[in-house]
Design a protein around this ligand. Structure first.
Ligand code: UD1
Ligand code: MG
Length: 439
């Protein structure tokens, strides 16, 4: 770990344009809060001293970024004010301090390294971008080589507003200078806020030049509203799918498949159209996910077949060579190697033994209205169609359950359980019934 890098991530704003009751940076992109994407980029850059500036009452945000430190900014008086309160954690720190926005989830370690390189000479560099439409961004005033000032859109002259090279809100500043400069920032501007951007002009007055690096526009995209959130999702999904295909996953209609940032896919996995993979999923080699399946928080082994129309819910573990067919819901359950459930079943809180076959329409009744109960089956068990297992029930190795049974007690090894009323045959009853009702 490099001890000489720290970060301040600005995330105290509620993001009013999101019209949300949760902080803006807690909205997910590809199954992970946007601020956590920023943290991942910092971690990959070997920045281990990470400080997140949050607003009051943002406990979910603090726990989402934990174990990294959070500092509460009570008075949201601007980006300069926000960065300044990190002084209490970084006062003695003399290495590179990166400052980033919590709402920019695409920033990459490569760009952070470039920015740090640019900052080496004077201890100050800022990341810019040639925006197609720079509206809303602070414009870079340059002497051709260095940034001499950053002027916010609202403070720009008409000429300055024509500049496309603008501020992405990412900085790399030497810890030896940062807080000296921040302490000189005032709120004498159009918005009455303490602007972080003013450190550039303050440094210039002290004869310290500000270098800059640039990045692609998508990488520095800031998310301010739900439309931009959807656009970010689209970009990140496309990145994740391309990466998966590069690693040896087949997708028949990639644009219809949704992955999560932490999705782990083995080689020769085949994913058919319209599959949604939520957070926390791992799928082993040669497994085939058929169309319209929904999987989250589950691990799936090798050579398995899932769906079409399967739903695998969190805390489920599917082994190797398992076959989960159409309209199967698996919830907090384990399927050991070679087991099967191919049609129309609910498997909740169950452990299914190796090579066990669960017949069509089987339901594990795991909930009694107050508590959830666990059932198990041993190895090589056969559960006949349309059975109801009223949990907790343990079915021993090699046992069989007659179709249509309702099980309420354990079944011993190799036994047959028949839990249904005896069939009666009433000879000629149907004919007599018809004759009786004939007009
Ligand atoms: C800021 C920059 C602008 C740049 C743009 C890039 C300033 C003055 N302007 O403008 O040059 O082009 O970002 O996106 O810095 N925040 C706090 N506490 C506060 C205020 C803001 O933590 O008191 C956080 C916000 O949650 C957000 C980040 O700082 O994550 C940026 O704030 P925002 O208000 O979006 O700044 P912009 O006006 O976009
Ligand atoms: Mg912004």
């Amino acid at each position: 770990m490099n001890q000489n890098r720290a970060a301040i991530i600005l995330a105290a704003g509620m993001g009013t344009r999101m019209k949300s009751s949760i902080p803006k940076v807690m909205h997910n992109v590809a199954g992970r809060p946007m601020v956590n994407h920023v943290i991942t980029a910092c971690e990959k850059t070997e920045i281990n001293n990470i400080n997140v500036i949050v607003g009051p009452n943002m406990d979910t945000l603090s726990s989402s970024v934990s174990p990294h430190k959070t500092i509460i900014q009570d008075d949201r008086n601007g980006t300069g004010g926000a960065a300044k309160i990190a002084q209490k954690n970084l006062n003695e720190f003399e290495g590179s301090i990166f400052i980033l926005n919590g709402d920019g989830p695409f920033i990459t370690p490569g760009t952070l390294h470039n920015l740090e390189q640019a900052s080496q000479k004077t201890g100050l560099a800022v990341l810019g971008c040639e925006f197609d439409n720079p509206h809303g961004y602070g414009r870079f005033i340059t002497d051709g080589y260095h940034v001499t000032a950053i002027v916010e859109e609202k403070d720009c002259t008409d000429d300055q507003r024509q500049i496309h090279l603008a501020n992405t809100g990412v900085y790399c500043v030497s810890g030896k200078h940062l807080f000296n400069w921040l302490n000189k920032v005032t709120n004498d501007n159009a918005q009455g806020e303490y602007y972080l951007t003013d450190i550039v002009a303050i440094a210039a007055q002290e004869g310290v030049q500000c270098a800059y690096a640039t990045a692609e526009e998508y990488e520095v995209m800031g998310i301010n509203d739900r439309a931009q959130l959807a656009q970010a999702e689209k970009i990140m999904q496309s990145q994740l799918r391309n990466q998966a295909m590069k690693n040896g996953v087949t997708m028949i209609a990639p644009e219809t498949v949704y992955l999560s940032t932490d999705t782990q896919l083995g080689h020769d996995v085949i994913i058919e159209p319209n599959v949604v993979i939520g957070a926390g999923v791992k799928i082993g080699d040669n497994t085939h996910i058929h169309a319209f399946s929904h999987i989250e928080g589950a691990s799936i082994g090798e050579n398995a077949s899932i769906g079409p129309f399967a739903r695998i819910r969190p805390k489920s573990k599917i082994g190797n060579n398992v076959n989960i067919g159409n309209f199967i819901e698996v919830n907090r359950s384990e399927f050991k190697d070679g087991s099967k459930s191919k049609h129309l079943s609910y498997i909740g809180d169950a452990i299914i033994g190796e090579k066990t076959n669960i017949g069509a329409g089987t339901v594990f009744a795991n909930y009694d209205g107050f508590n959830k109960h666990v059932s198990t089956t041993g190895e090589g068990v056969f559960i006949g169609s349309n059975s109801t297992i009223v949990s907790p029930v343990n079915v021993g190795d090699g046992a069989m359950v007659a179709a249509g049974s309702t099980l309420t007690q354990d079944v011993e090894q190799d036994a047959l359980a028949v839990g249904r009323s005896k069939e009666r045959i009433l000879s000629k009853w149907a004919k007599k019934y018809r004759d009786r009702n004939k007009k």
